[in-house]
Design a protein around this ligand. Structure first.
Ligand code: NAP
Length: 349
């Protein structure tokens, strides 16, 4: 049975290294785990919090509408389905074990040493699928520290009948506005442009909804004591200012990814993403990345697809299967990312 042997807890000295360690048990990490479970490699999944990732921890109430074939799920149900599927395949998920460092092993450079809050593991490859949960960006306006200003919705039902302001124009701002509206909140969405960044579906839904959308406008400050009561909004085009009362203010203007540990390892970033080649390998040999951390498209289907792709790439990297050859019988080699980076640097691109 494929779950039998790789479930062992073989981390004591002298035991063989893992073939793959997957970091993160959200959609990308679990998709990678499911694929790898069929390759009979020695592997496990490490998760900093609870299995299921952000869907479970941050958006259990959220309506998940992008999971093909499952149109009526909330975040918790989607996460539970994914977690129970991989567990059924015998995949080991170690929860509450954040990864703190990844180093190349001094004695054997083909091995990586992965350091967590609980110990160290030797592995031949790693798939980083830690998502983009970082610190929500702050606006940096006066009064932003007042009570009632939030960067996440713990339970949208709490805002039924309330008059709330949402700042931002991306998927987070619009999707959360729709969720608040569904639960009976009165929503005003304020965006600094005259068009939304969010996907067309969300755009159309919010524009047809009873939400008030205020365009070309920024939140300049918040007043109240000790709770936020009034927002000063300023129109960027006309300079006109208006003071509006709100019971709560939600700020959804993106996330600052916690990249400190990734940079410390020496992984190259491109904005909020890890730089990867076509096979999803980072600039560090044997370290792959999948999902939100490796993609501009931060959605569940993309995470699932990339999880599978990273798993295949790790398998090919480890096993060099005969079918990974071109017509001449020579193995196809994807360019290492660092060659690409150096060339770019030389050309001053
Ligand atoms: P985002 O896509 O970066 O959008 C941030 C929004 O905030 C933009 O509209 C931006 O305006 C605005 N903004 C940024 N700084 C601002 C400032 N200082 N003052 C006023 N407005 C400011 O962030 P996000 O909405 O959190 O989404 C992050 C990623 O997750 C995206 O890739 C998104 O597609 C994905 N996501 C997906 C789903 C889903 O699949 N259902 C749900 C949520 C998020 P500009 O447009 O002018 O830059």
């Amino acid at each position: 049975m494929k779950s039998g042997w790789f479930m062992e807890n073989n981390d004591s000295p002298g035991e063989p290294p893992y073939d793959v360690i997957i970091v993160g048990a959200g959609p990308a990490g679990l998709s990678a785990a499911l694929t790898i479970s069929y390759f009979q490699l020695r592997f496990m999944v490490l998760e900093a919090g609870a299995a299921g990732g952000a869907l479970m921890q941050n958006y259990p109430w959220k309506h998940v509408d992008s999971y093909l074939g499952f149109p009526n799920l909330d975040g918790r149900q989607a996460a539970n389905l994914m977690v129970s599927h991989v567990r059924k395949e015998g995949v080991e998920i170690r929860e509450n074990e954040p990864v703190q460092d990844i180093k190349r092993n001094r004695k054997n450079h083909d091995l990586l040493r992965l350091v967590t809050n609980k110990g160290e593991y030797l592995t031949r490859s790693v798939i980083i699928a830690t998502g983009t949960i970082g610190t929500p960006r702050r606006l940096g306006v006066p009064g932003e520290e007042l009570k009632g200003i939030k960067y996440a919705i713990e339970d949208p039902n709490l805002y039924s009948g309330r008059n709330v302001l949402v700042v931002g124009g991306g998927d987070s701002a619009v999707e959360n506005s729709l969720n608040l509206l569904d639960r009976g909140a009165r929503v005003t969405l304020v965006h600094r442009r005259n068009e939304l960044r969010a996907c067309e579906e969300y755009k159309n839904r919010i524009l047809k909804s009873p939400a008030q959308v205020i365009w070309n406008t920024e939140l300049k400050g918040v007043s109240g004591n000790p709770r936020a009561e009034k927002a000063t909004l300023v129109n960027k085009r006309t300079g006109e200012e208006r003071l509006m009362p709100f019971s709560n203010i939600f700020i959804f203007i993106g996330y600052a990814l916690e990249t400190g540990w990734l940079k410390k390892i020496g992984l190259r970033m491109h904005g909020n993403c890890l730089r990867v080649n076509q096979g999803l390998m980072t600039n560090m040999k044997g370290v792959f990345a999948a999902g939100d951390i490796a993609s501009d498209i931060k959605r569940i289907p993309q995470a699932l697809a990339q999880g599978e792709k990273a798993a295949y790439s790790a398998y090919k990297y480890l096993k060099h299967p005969y079918w990974e050859k071109n017509g001449s019988g020579r193995r196809i080699k994807l360019p290492w990312p660092h060659k690409h980076f150096n060339k770019k640097k030389k050309n001053k691109l």
